[in-house]
Design a protein around this ligand. Structure first.
Ligand code: EPS
Length: 388
């Protein structure tokens, strides 16, 4: 399974083409719209989210509510495009003022300058339109399709926020992923700990007041993945590596860790590795899950626990110094609108990209073409592991 996306932030629409999704999978627009709506919520977003009401149009690959095995095309309209029709026109324009209106002032922390140098753009709108996190909308749409596959085979995915602007949630203590989800869905910052959630909102208010932005840490948990998914035989088949790449590919994400993550550097091996246990009911299992569900790039059967760190959004009301690429004069960056914090929305994106990688691994390992056969094969693998 793979997917590509296309679309500019203020262009007419975003598009995703998904290839290799098995046939026979129940899929309706509502499965995707539910996820798109989740991404749009979250305390700390700017005015753009009041303009957009993301809904998907499935234009290929699905018939009578089921996937065909052919490429699936998903389209989400940018409502804001109506305000940008001349600036973002596909055809040449003859409006002199608009032609002269170029973005020549790169924002520190954005792809603006590097992208301009790479592609030779002297109008950095040509960079920022595509590097914008608006693109994550269709990644969430693709992730929603992946989640449908996972649902069919009894795998559950939940993303949540554990830190914003230095405010850390207390250690997770939940009985089931359903409970975790029920609480975080109701939290404006998608945090399980209500007290920390309140402080996170205060931190966001303060950042907004100061014209600043704040980042944070999100966590994704995947339960129900059988042991043995992924591979240790090649670097590019290790599933944890694929998940790590997917997390760092999210706009503004700078790092990733599994299980106890970087803490492993500070502990002896006896306090890092997970002891192996066996029972007739469960087969092999682990006493702890410090590895976050992976050993050697292969799943252990314990929940996958992955965290990603998001830097503060670089578009700041509070100016940082930069240099105009035409005049070479220094200037202090100023902007029209921005989000002070997009960490809650990013936790939904993280969920989507992790779901995609896990679903792709499941499909490639358990049967590829048909969801019914994949279900049978994964059940067989689960039985085998239990009796091993
Ligand atoms: C973004 C800048 C803002 C965000 C946008 C990502 O958009 P605008 O420049 O139109 O104000 O709202 O995020 C989305 C549109 C979205 O759907 O998440 C950026 O520069 O990355």
């Amino acid at each position: 399974m793979r997917y590509l996306t296309a679309g500019e932030s203020h262009g007419p629409q975003l598009t995703a083409i998904l290839e290799g999704v098995p046939a026979g999978l129940e899929l309706r627009a509502e499965h995707i719209n539910k996820e798109l709506a989740r991404r749009q919520k979250g305390y700390g977003r700017g005015r753009r989210m009041q303009i957009e009401k993301d809904v998907v149009n499935i234009t290929a690959g699905v018939r009578h509510g089921k996937t065909l095995g052919s490429p699936i095309a998903l389209v989400v309209e940018n409502r804001d495009f109506k305000h940008w029709q001349t600036i973002m026109a596909v055809e040449p324009i003859d409006d002199e003022t608009e032609i002269k209106r170029k973005v020549t002032r790169p924002r520190p922390g954005h792809a603006d300058l590097n992208g301009a140098l790479k592609y030779g753009h002297r109008d950095m709108r040509n960079v920022l339109e595509r590097s914008s996190a608006r693109e994550t909308t269709v990644r969430v749409a693709a992730g929603a399709v992946a989640k449908r596959i996972l649902e069919e085979v009894g795998i559950r995915v939940a993303g949540h926020v554990i830190e914003i602007g230095g405010v850390r949630a207390k250690k997770l203590d939940y009985r089931s992923l359903e409970e975790l989800q029920a609480v975080t869905e109701e939290s404006p910052v998608r945090c399980f700990d209500p007290e920390a959630g309140q402080k996170m909102m205060e931190a966001i208010d303060l950042a907004k007041k100061n014209g600043d932005s704040i980042g944070g840490i999100v966590e994704v948990i995947v339960e129900g993945v059988p042991a043995g998914v992924g591979s240790y035989v090649h670097y590019d088949r290790k599933l944890d590596a694929k998940i790590a790449a997917a997390i760092v590919s999210i706009n503004a994400f700078k790092g990733v860790e599994f299980g106890i993550g970087f803490e492993a550097a500070r502990r002896p091996g006896s306090e890092v590795h997970d002891e192996i246990i066996w029972s007739p009911e469960q087969g092999f299992s682990r006493r702890t899950n410090r590895a976050g569900g992976f050993e050697g790039g292969v799943t252990t059967g314990m929940p996958i626990v992955v965290r990603g760190v998001m830097k503060p959004i670089p578009t700041l009301y509070k100016p940082l110094q930069s240099v105009d690429i035409d005049t070479k004069e220094p200037f202090a960056a100023s902007i029209e609108r921005s989000d002070s914090c997009a960490v809650p929305a990013a936790s939904v994106v993280a969920e989507a990209v992790v779901a995609w990688e896990v679903a792709a691994a499941i499909v490639s390992q358990f049967g590829q073409d048909r969801i019914d056969l994949i279900k049978e094969n994964i059940e067989r693998a689960r039985r085998y592991a239990k009796e091993f």
